[in-house]
Design a protein around this ligand. Structure first.
Ligand code: SF4
Length: 330
């Protein structure tokens, strides 16, 4: 790692997100996919983003690395405003921010060999020295555990684990500092998932990478994350260090979500909280708490006033009008 990068890593927020919004226009109105989200991540850490399917977590990841443009808010990368960038700035940014996709099969070009797939991002970034490209491709293949004898193989000849290793190699070959991982193990067999998660942790340690890890799988997020952000219908409802969140979840939605995670000790049975009630539509949602229609604690205020996400315990944020009462806090 170069010295400049090492110096920048000491307790620096690599990414700051302020009141970020992403809406999609549909015939019935506006889908509030990401709605007023603010957070920051220090360099070298992993932020897990969890929530049910359709909560906006993947959209958030795509907006952060400019695969989608935001409608409002601000994104700062090492303190620099990157909310709106032109084509040239985007190319520079791509060297520092990358994405690992969920489905390694559909994200790879079936007509490209393993070598060409991994070399492609380098060529897009302007590398044209074939000797250097080969050196970088072989080095990253070694790092992600792809045997060199596979170099001329095509995606259909490889299993899911190897295809995902190619996806990781493609993202990391240009040596980014920040990587959005969008459900990177959910398409893999459970036995392969652990190998890929361990690999990603090792690479993070070695390269001091910062990850945003988007997943619906709470066991995975608990394993990989330093901090966890819980999303519900486009909004952040809770954020805390991972260990703290699994010990004391404060928001009623997080309590229900985490009640579904199996405990390692079968002697201790956990009561699963079943959510009842209609899901609020993400299209032009009404004012108030978006979880109110399913929340067992909802009162009148919950249907009229949108709760603000505030620090309830040290470094532990939640968006709920009744959070103190529900959790017996003063
Ligand atoms: Fe439930 Fe009200 Fe809190 Fe929303 S604000 S989570 S409806 S208690």
């Amino acid at each position: 790692m170069d010295e400049t990068r090492e110096n920048r890593i000491e307790n620096t927020p690599i990414l700051e997100v302020k009141n970020l919004k992403k809406y999609f226009s549909v015939p019935a109105g506006l889908v509030h996919a990401v709605d007023d989200i603010s957070f920051s991540i220090d360099a070298g850490r992993t932020l897990g983003v969890v929530g049910e399917s359709g909560c906006g977590k993947s959209t958030l990841g795509r907006v952060l690395i400019h695969l989608l443009e935001s409608n409002a808010g601000q994104i700062l990368f090492f303190g620099r405003d990157i909310t709106h960038v032109d084509r040239q700035e985007l190319t520079t940014l791509r060297k520092k921010m990358q994405m690992i996709f969920q489905d390694p099969y559909s994200s790879l070009n079936p007509r490209m060999s393993l070598y060409e797939s991994i070399a492609e991002p380098l060529r897009i970034m302007g590398h044209d020295n074939s000797g250097q490209i080969q050196e970088k491709v072989y080095r990253i293949m070694d790092t992600v555990g792809l045997a060199r004898r596979l170099v001329n193989s095509y995606p259909h000849e490889l299993d899911g684990g190897r295809r995902q290793r190619i996806g990781i190699a493609r993202a990391l070959v240009i040596e980014p500092e920040f990587v959005v991982c969008d459900e990177p193990v959910s398409a893999l067999d459970v036995s392969i998932q652990a190998q890929i998660l361990n690999l990603m942790s090792d690479i993070q340690e070695e390269r001091k990478l910062t990850y945003i890890f988007v997943t619906h799988d709470l066991s995975v997020v608990k394993y990989i994350s330093n901090d966890i952000l819980v999303m519900y219908l486009g909004q952040m409802v809770e954020k805390a260090p991972a260990k703290e969140l699994f010990r004391h979840r404060l928001h009623p939605y997080t309590k229900a979500l985490l009640s579904a995670v199996p405990l390692p000790d079968i002697r201790h049975k956990k009561r699963r909280i079943a959510l009842k009630g209609e899901l609020t539509s993400p299209i032009d949602p009404p004012p108030g708490c978006r979880f109110a229609s399913r929340c067992p604690y909802a009162r009148e205020i919950c249907h009229s006033k949108t709760p603000v996400c505030e620090e309830v315990l040290p470094d532990h944020f939640a968006a709920c009008h009744l959070v103190r009462e529900i959790n017996g806090l003063s």
